[in-house]
Ligand binder design. Sequence first.
Ligand code: NAD
Length: 350
Amino acid sequence: MIRVLLAGAGSMGQAWLEAIHADPGVTLAGVADLDLAAARRAAPGLPVGTDVAVLAAETGADAVIDVTVPPAHHPVTTTALFAGLPVLGEKPVADTLARALSLVAAAEVSGQLFMVSQSRRWNPQLFALRAMTGTLGRVGSVSTDFHRAPRFGGFREKMAQPLLVDMAIHAFDAARFLLGGDPVTVSCQTWNPPWSWYAGDACATAVFEMTGGARYLYHGSWCSPGAETSWNGEWRVSAEHGTARWDGDNDPIGPAVDAPDGRYSGIGGALRVFAEALDSGVTPMGEVHGNVLSLAMVEAAVDSATRGRPVLIDEVLARAHEQAVREETRTDVREALRGWTDVRATLGAA
Ligand SMILES: NC(=O)c1ccc[n+]([C@@H]2O[C@H](COP(=O)([O-])OP(=O)(O)OC[C@H]3O[C@@H](n4cnc5c(N)ncnc54)[C@H](O)[C@@H]3O)[C@@H](O)[C@H]2O)c1
């Protein structure tokens, strides 16, 4: 039985509470939130606090689930790791690529597991599409069409790049998983149609060259009323020996493959994988090193759209690494970051 602390009792925190309660191998030890009333509402009768390290010492918890807002991911996860607790964190790994690299180094220095939950990767239908892709020979391109018209209100309607920063990371991460490849370059344009209810750019097209030469094409909009796609988007894999398609909601269409293991689905699946990794000591999919290039795709796409030219992912990584070293406040983490001679090699292949 693993006793976890939930950090962040907001809207996604509620979904994580349900996942924790649904997993017979995991139990809730307490809730940390800057808003103590929200923490109390989330877990009546259980210990609450504003600081995960203090709450961990009080409760003797085994691990932390970080579901705070993205700017808090870096401080909360760093505190937890150096308090000796493994962390399962919501996407994105951090609010900037530089702080994501700092968290990679913090995981290395502390020796604790830090796994990022990309909930949309944990989808048996995506696993099936990946298995189909594996039978089709060399891949020419993978594309995602994402068209919806949600009215969130709140922070998303004020962000400069709401679609790329808040949503597209799911598709980018799934594309890496599907191809077993990583991004090399990106060319991206973003824009905001006249009827948009977002302040920032709600539409984007991006073409990534991936390792191995396949192209990944993303076309998305968050203000596209009518004929909406699924939240996963619509996918097409075009390969040497055929094609596979997925509407994001139903079983993919393509060559026959064995049904993948359906135990790992959504955030409940990520939680189960995390718990099993703590038990076995085996590094799970989603461990922070392997996740960071999904955030790099977002940051590079925004950079390409801003500069109006293609961008090399390695340039974006090098810049983020310099920034991470410059801004790091922990000496041990800064030394670890300085020791990296090749950021991409440190992060490892997809
Ligand atoms: N996987 C998905 O499909 C999905 C969907 C929605 C949100 N998310 C992610 O979940 C995370 C949380 O999003 P949300 O919509 O629940 O946000 P939210 O604003 O509803 O809740 C965040 C909570 O974190 C708390 N918080 C902020 N700083 C803190 C700190 N330093 N220590 C402790 N608590 C702190 C806030 O008080 C708030 O209660 C984000 O990273 C978001 O990207 C993922």
